[in-house]
Design a protein around this ligand. Structure first.
Ligand code: HEM
Length: 434
């Protein structure tokens, strides 16, 4: 049986202002919100209804306060004093006792490090990580990205030749950013597939609602990942990010604790590849669904990059992110009490008509395309944004050029990675056009 989602103590919270549900459309919206599944696959109509009728809506199943208007979400992200990031990485659903035991046996802990750190150590740790992803580092990584993409695409082309189809998700989109990250961060001594499995397991365990039996398996993978990271960050001969962390000191000169070093690596090793792999899946799947888009991506200067930006705006891989209200606040005229856990609907903000005209249409090169909040904003804004964009652009452009004409096969929009904060097609099956 699926464990119930954790629900905060709602009794202490202020009364939510009644929304004026008038007219048939509003009543339909209310019914849709009452049946809302935050782990659902196709959230567009609901995101639009939320923004319009209930811009600050408390979800009964999770106790989370859903904030969906661009202006509110941006205000929250830009104000780290009022809205704390402490809950950003908490497990969404209650973990079973056996799963918790497995994690505890590995020493698993996530002290404040990056995304969940609102304290004084955040800026130093962030700049240490960001140093690995400066625009110079990203430009220098382009040949690595292209040669890795080219190698993977050779195997995809061979598979299409032999079997008439291939899955771009498993054969290309997910391995590419992982291999690039391993090069940039100095990650060695672990097979690619193991790292992918560990990362995906951790995301599902903490952002999904897995049944207890599955939690057991996911916790075992997460614990193995954690044990390996603990060894890596302590090893004298480590390289890249783990070595930089060993030499890092906190603001008052104290050495970084081993637990924080592992927590930084745990977050970055997942962030630097899983989300980009998901973005590449969505980019490739939407482009392969339209032959014109697919061919322009290879032929027309700047088109692939513009397609990536539109995908980030409309269908980003990180769909939601969390914050905690530090005091009573008013958002879109709704009183939100101290301690309320906010779920920022990043994905819906990219389709807010107050900011983007005709938001439902993908218009490559639209004005202000990069105003979207898909990488967050403010002091926690994603430091890997340039790398993610560069990788996704290269992945699309090179797939179009090197595979030539292909089409999306058996498109199943229901086959999605469905987690509270992450969303992407699970498969991107392609073949030659018939
Ligand atoms: C398409 C791919 C990606 C998306 C959509 C994405 C999105 C995000 C979002 C929404 C946040 C939270 C921002 C906030 O709290 O305001 C974040 C934080 C972060 N991301 Fe990314 N990310 C992606 C790729 C990457 C990559 C490639 C890296 C590393 C190279 C990375 C490293 C980080 C780190 C370290 C943080 C925490 C920053 C902090 O707390 O200061 N991400 N990302």
């Amino acid at each position: 049986m699926v464990q119930p989602c954790q629900s905060a103590d709602l009794s202490a919270w202020a009364t939510v202002r009644e929304t004026p549900w008038q007219g048939t459309e509003a009543r339909d919206a209310r019914a849709a919100l009452e049946a809302l599944d935050l782990f659902g696959a196709g959230p567009f109509p609901v995101l639009d209804q939320l923004r319009r009728y209930a811009p600050v809506h408390r979800d009964a199943a999770t106790g989370l306060w859903l904030v969906s208007r661009y202006a509110d979400v941006r205000e929250i992200l830009m104000d780290p004093h009022t809205y704390l990031p402490d809950n950003a990485q908490n497990a969404v659903c209650r973990l079973s006792v056996p799963a918790l035991r497995i994690l505890a046996a590995s020493g698993f802990a996530r002290p404040p490090a990056l995304a969940n750190n609102g304290g004084p150590t955040h800026a130093g740790l962030r700049s240490l990580v960001a140093d690995f992803f400066t625009s110079m580092q990203v430009s220098a990584a382009v040949p690595v990205i292209e040669s890795t993409a080219s190698r993977l695409l050779e195997s995809v082309a061979e598979e299409v030749r032999l079997r008439a189809k291939s899955d771009l998700s498993t054969a290309y989109a997910r391995p590419l950013p992982c291999l690039v990250m391993m090069r940039l961060l100095g990650v060695t001594g672990v097979p690619l597939q193991t790292l992918l499995t560990w990362s995906e397991a951790a995301l599902e365990l903490f952002y999904g609602k897995p049944a207890p039996k599955r939690q057991h398996l996911l916790a075992e993978h997460t614990a193995a990942f954690f044990r390996w990271l603990t060894k890596l960050t302590a090893a004298q001969d480590s390289e890249g990010l783990p070595a930089a962390l060993q030499a890092h000191f906190l603001p008052r000169g104290a050495a970084l604790s081993p637990a924080t070093a592992v927590a930084v690596c745990f977050f970055v090793f997942i962030a630097a590849q899983a989300t980009t792999g998901q973005l590449i899946c969505t980019v490739l799947s939407s482009a392969a669904a339209d032959p014109q888009v697919w061919s322009k991506a290879g032929d027309e200067e700047g088109f692939a990059e513009a397609w990536v930006d539109e995908t980030l705006r409309r269908e980003p891989p990180v769909t939601t992110w969390r914050r905690v209200a530090r005091r009573d606040v008013l958002l879109s005229d709704v009183p939100v009490p101290t301690g309320a856990e906010l779920l920022l609907m990043l994905m819906g903000t990219g389709s807010d008509p107050a900011v983007f005209t005709e938001p439902q249409r993908r218009c490559p090169r639209r004005p202000k395309a990069r105003l979207h909040l898909s990488f967050g904003a403010g002091p926690h804004r994603c430091p890997g944004a340039a790398l993610a964009r560069t990788e996704a652009t290269a992945a699309l452009r090179m797939a179009s050029r090197e595979l030539g004409e292909v089409q999306l096969l058996n498109h199943r929009p229901d086959e999605m990675t469905r987690l509270l904060s992450f969303r992407a097609p699970a498969h991107v099956p392609i073949g030659r056009p018939s």
